[in-house]
Design a binder for this molecule. Structure first.
Ligand SMILES: [Zn+2]
Length: 245
């Protein structure tokens, strides 16, 4: 092979490798729960108290709300529901029922698409449409946002800050879909819990049956382990108080 051709081939390989490394790094950053390139993100709160937040993503759906409300009431627990704007419009009245029962309702985008590579205006539009729906249900003060599929790079975090939202992820999440035993589901959650944890569950759709059945077990076990369940907003307030000394 001629020397020039060999050199070109070497550079082409170096470029392909560099592109692959950058692509992999961006993919990792995009899915990281406790890190993002710009702005603040909260996956867990620093506290010495045995407090955890229980958060439910997606919906609201009639079956999800009907299943969860009585269980939460029975255990005296208040949770944070990250709701999809489109679903709030499809099922009017459900978000209000959640809020009226003392739960926190928060923003989980309008259409629940992966929010990567959009035009800046598109991020703002997704956030604002659901913010308006939440405000109409009486939510005031700080609004929380959770990215669909946990995906974000730079455009979304910037839009979240501009809209005055707080980016909230999680440090404990439901087990893989193959786990269909509620007790095994609860074991998985309890193994990850620490003071200040934010637990993520998906109980809203048909696929969330195990999550719905595991909820009473999780609430019972959290109480037995000395944990009190609070909303994400309360967890943030506790952290702010402890930091202030
Ligand atoms: Zn979601």
């Amino acid at each position: 092979m001629r020397l020039v051709t060999r050199r070109r081939l070497k550079w082409a390989l170096v470029l392909v490798l560099a592109a692959a490394i950058i692509g992999y790094a961006l993919w990792q950053v995009g899915r990281a729960r406790c890190f993002q390139l710009v702005g603040e993100i909260t996956c867990r709160v620093q506290t010495s108290q045995k407090l955890v937040a229980l958060s439910f993503d997606d919906g609201p759906t009639p079956q999800g709300v009907a299943a969860l409300l009585p269980v939460l009431r029975e255990h005296g627990a208040r949770a944070t529901f990250f709701l999809i704007g489109q679903e709030m419009e499809r099922h009017p009245g459900l978000a209000r029922r959640l809020a009226a029962a003392g739960h926190e309702i928060a923003n989980h985008s309008y259409a629940h698409d992966r929010m990567l590579g959009l035009f800046p205006g598109a991020y703002a539009e997704e956030l604002e449409r659901t913010n308006r729906l939440l405000r109409a249900e009486g939510v005031n003060g700080l609004l929380l946002f959770r990215p669909p599929y946990g995906k974000k790079l730079t455009g979304l975090p910037i839009a979240v800050e501009r809209a005055g939202l707080r980016m909230i992820t999680w440090d404990v999440e439901d087990p893989p879909g193959s786990v269909s035993d509620p007790a095994a589901y609860a074991d998985h959650i309890m193994r990850g819990v620490r003071p200040g944890s934010i637990i993520l569950m998906h109980p809203m759709y048909a696929s969330g049956r195990t999550a719905r059945e595991a909820l009473p077990l999780i609430l019972t076990r959290l109480r037995a382990a000395g944990y009190r369940v609070v909303t994400v907003r309360e967890l943030l307030e506790v952290e702010a108080r402890e930091e202030a000394g």
